[in-house]
Design a binder for this molecule. Structure first.
Ligand SMILES: N[C@@H](CCC(=O)N[C@@H](CS)C(=O)NCC(=O)O)C(=O)O
Length: 244
C-alpha cells in the first residue's frame, strides 16, 4: 500500500493527494503537524519537505515526482506527449518554484497571530500526541516558523506581490477563452496551478486543512476575495468543481 506523508495545510501535499485520489491507486495518507513532519520524513528516508510518497520501489520526495509516478502507474494521465508535455512540465516547475513558496509566507504571516486558528490549521488530522505537543509548544513553533521561513510584514508583502504576479500571468493565459492551460484536457499544469492556488483563491474543494470565511483574518480575506474573482481564481474553482 502506498503511503503519502503530508502536513494538514500544505498545498504541495494537496497537489499529490489530488493526483492520487484521481488515479484510483490505493494509498493511505499520514498527516503530521509542522515540526513533527521532519521526523516522519526522516523515518521513510525522504528529504525535508512534504509531500513524500512511500512506494514498493523507494520514497519519492517531491510533488512533481509523485505526479510522474501517478502518470506512469495509472490510467490518470497528466503529461501529454511531445512539445505540449514539455510546456506542461515547464509550467509545473515554474509555478512550483516561484509561486508555490510565496503561499506559506503570505498565509502564515496572517494566521500565526491567531493562535487557535493557527493550531487547528496545523494539526487537523495529525496524530493525537502531535496535536497535544503542538498545542503546548505553539508559540515556540510559531517563532521557529517565522524565523525559518523569514516571515515578517516585508516578506509577506513580497509574497503577496508574487501571488498577484502569477494570478495576472495565468489570467492572461486564459484571456483567449481556453478551458485548460495547455491543450484540450486536464494536465499536470492545471492540477498544479489549482492545488497551489487553492488557499489564496479560497477554493472550497481543497482537502487539506482550511478555515471558514468568517475565521479568516480581515486583510487576508479581502485578498482572497480579490484573487478569487479574477479569471485565474475562477479557473481554480472550475477545475476543482469539474476534476477534484
Ligand atoms: N518542491 C517540493 C516543495 C514542497 C514544499 O515546499 N513543502 C512544504 C509544505 S507546502 C514543506 O514541507 N515545508 C516544511 C519544511 O520545509 O520543513 C514539492 O513540490 O514537493
Amino acid at each position: 500500500m502506498l503511503r503519502l506523508i503530508t502536513m494538514p495545510p500544505s498545498h504541495f501535499s494537496e497537489k499529490a493527494r489530488w493526483a492520487l485520489d484521481r488515479s484510483g491507486l490505493a494509498y493511505v495518507e499520514e498527516r503530521h503537524a509542522p515540526l513533527f513532519h521532519r521526523f516522519a520524513l526522516k523515518k521513510v528516508g525522504a528529504r525535508n519537505t512534504v509531500p513524500a510518497l512511500v512506494t514498493d520501489t523507494g520514497t519519492l520526495s517531491d510533488s512533481s515526482e509523485i505526479l510522474r509516478y501517478v502518470d506512469a502507474n495509472s490510467a490518470f494521465k497528466l503529461y501529454p506527449e511531445g512539445n505540449l508535455g514539455q510546456q506542461v512540465a515547464g509550467f509545473e516547475q515554474e509555478v512550483s518554484g516561484k509561486f508555490g513558496p510565496a503561499i506559506p509566507r503570505w498565509a502564515y504571516f496572517h494566521i500565526i497571530p491567531h493562535r487557535s486558528l493557527y493550531v487547528r490549521l496545523c494539526c487537523q488530522g495529525a496524530p493525537g500526541k502531535e496535536r497535544l505537543a503542538f498545542g503546548m509548544m505553539a508559540p515556540i513553533i510559531g517563532l521557529g516558523m517565522k524565523k525559518g521561513l523569514s516571515i515578517n510584514r516585508e516578506a509577506a508583502e513580497r509574497a503577496t506581490a508574487r501571488i498577484q504576479e502569477y494570478v495576472d500571468k495565468v489570467s492572461e493565459m486564459l484571456a483567449d477563452g481556453r478551458r485548460y492551460l495547455f491543450g484540450d484536457q486536464l494536465t499536470a499544469a492545471d492540477l498544479t496551478w489549482s492545488a497551489l492556488a487553492a488557499p489564496p483563491t479560497g477554493a472550497t474543494g481543497f482537502r487539506g486543512s482550511s478555515a471558514t470565511e468568517a475565521e479568516v483574518p480581515a486583510e487576508m480575506r479581502s485578498q482572497v476575495e480579490k484573487w478569487r474573482d479574477t479569471p485565474a481564481g475562477q479557473f481554480v474553482h472550475r477545475i476543482y468543481r469539474e476534476h477534484r
